[in-house]
Ligand binder design. Sequence first.
Ligand code: C2E
Ligand code: MG
Ligand code: MG
Length: 753
Amino acid sequence: MPLFKQRTIHFIAGYALLFYLWIILFQGNEQLLMWGTSLFSIIGGSVSCVWLVSAYREMSTKLRVFWFPIIVGVFCFFIAICITLDYQVIVGTERPYPSVADFLWLAANCLFLAALIYKVKLVSHSVSFVPFLYNIFIFMTVSITVSAHYLIKPLLQKSSGSMIITIITLAYPIINLGILFTAISLYYLAQYSEQKTRLLFIVVSFLLQIIADSVYVILTLHDKYAIGSLIDPLWTIVLLLIGQASLLSKDNFNYATKRKEPFRSSYIFFPYIMVLLLLLVVFFSSITELNILSIGISLTILLLIVRQITIMKMNMKLVNEYKYLAYRDPLTGLNNRTKFKEDLRDIIAGVKNKDENIALILIDLDRFKNINDTMGHYFGDLLLKAFSERLLSHVHNKELLYRIGGDEFIIILPGMTEKTCNLEAQKMLDELTKSLNIQCHEIVVTPSIGISIYPENGDNIDTLLKNADTAMYLAKDRGKNNFQFYNSELNAKATRKMNIEIALRRAILNEELSLFYQPKVDLFSRGIVGMEALIRWNHPEMGAISPIEFIPVAEETGQIISIGKWVLETACKQNKKWQEASEQPLTVSVNVSVRQFEHSKFVETVKDVLKETQLEPAYLELEITESVMQNFSESIEIIRQLRAIGVKISIDDFGTGYSSLSVLKRLPIDTIKIDKSFIDDIMEPMNQSIVKTIIDIGLNLNLNVVAEGIEHVHQIEVLTKNSCHFGQGYLFAKPVHPDEFKQLLMIKNEALR
Ligand code: C2E
Ligand code: MG
Ligand code: MG
């Protein structure tokens, strides 16, 4: 709350204190009491009017509709007080009844009521009444009963004047009941509204006014009211509080709602407290006429209330338990995705219209699936637990850490900028990469972290989460174990990836895919000894899309299984066709991705395709990458089965993966293909020795060695000097259409003859 508004509250409190001090100190001195009361009332009322008018001038039209009747009402109220004081202090006579003051008072109350009805209508557009309807009815029933018994009935009995006097007399408590109804409705609505404090000021002001009015009526009924009584300051406090509420309200605000917490005990027990109060009033008002029946009914109601409260307490406990379960992840005990969404919604609502950021830090464990598959799910669970404990010990606000998926965690960091977030993420990365001890295994898991920031990267939960996810995938693409911030460029990438994913589903059906072939050449004779089938995708709108871009997408979505089968069929069929047309059969190499290779039906598919196309298995070579070695024993089994059919196996992009020498030794393969990156810089001494080592290893293990990406003659020289027999590259031929490849074959063969 701004400073000047706090000062006005202090002013009201100080003013009320002084007013009461005056009244208490000068009890008995009628003159001083009268003058003091008049002065305090007039000055207080004037201050309130000044506040109201100054706030009104800065308000929006919507707010003015509510405040205009209140301001007019306050003026009427203020003038009525002045008139009354004028009679009592200056004229020195009793005020006639009814006087102008009474009509002004009534008018003021009617205006207040109208304004409150308008406000209730406005707020109830965004907040439902239904949950508190019964509470309000119970409250009003008790209030009407008490008012009818202590105010309306005695007023009717005492009123001996004309019809007009009776109506004016009764109008007070009845309009006050109306104000009470709207004020209490507003109180309930305020609980779910973003503008709770402002609404509560208004509610408290009018409740105080009703109390002052009611006590005044009771005192006058018993001829006990005199100027300088303890209720006099209340009206001035009411005026000041209304003025203060107008100062708070002048800023614009929306009527956004807060999340419902239907089990707040204060809401639930409130009606019972009202019933108990009524019971007490009934009991004491008829204490002389008590009989066994009335005692019996009172006791029964009391017991019913106790029973009801006990049941409700039990229900609340149960609901809270369910709520705990609904919001917690059972494995790690952290908050879950549902809680994350609700919390983020509240936090966003809290900073709306303020210049504040919220950072979302999404953490995903790298290669968790592998750990789960190799070490088992129980071990995976222990790892997740240990990791979440480590995370917990590093986040400041533990309630804002969530597990939102298998190995996905998220942290909400309110008030963060990109700079502070950078430091935080770096710190987190350093801590999280330290090894964990699980069942006596020292294990290092690295995280990939994606960060999105509100409001820059999205103003709602879904967008922020999606963007943090996109940033996290970028972190994975950039080698894992790092963090990345979301930016709009990433969004374009993500959209393209999504479009590719969608378009890929129809690529085979629409015949957009084709295979090109790149010759494999004998580096000594320069004759073609085989060819590699390389997929091409020509999309009608997006144009040619490189396999480097779409193969990873197909792997991620599983589409690689059908695409891979199509490649295998097409390549085998094509090779068979070429073999039938020429006397010299060649081997076709087909690339196989990890996911395709590990698919349970892969070996069967290869068998089926060979049977269907009638290609000799010896003329098919499958290119796999070193990454299949992560599941070493399973992969070896698959390779053995493939070799049993008669198919050859080659390791593609050799030197870029993880396979160690000992692993390579145990692999039943035929060929290794040296990755293009080593051939590119073959003149560098370091690369040259790597290439030499790879060739030596290959030859020692009795394998064919193929160099990839040969573009220059000097590369051939180095390679042949080191006894590398085979090569592929643009120097000989780029991957070409099958028709062109046929011609290439003819030319080369011609040249060799
Ligand atoms: P890869 O299997 O290592 O294929 C060699 C890549 O290097 C091909 O790129 C080829 O066009 C390119 N290349 C060959 N010689 C040269 C050269 O002298 N200079 C340069 N700059 N590049 C050369 P492409 O066709 O774009 O394929 C890229 C990768 O996509 C392949 O790498 C392979 O991993 C994957 N891929 C291609 N077709 C298939 C397929 O049918 N199935 C699967 N699973 N992956 C495939
Ligand atoms: Mg290849
Ligand atoms: Mg390669």
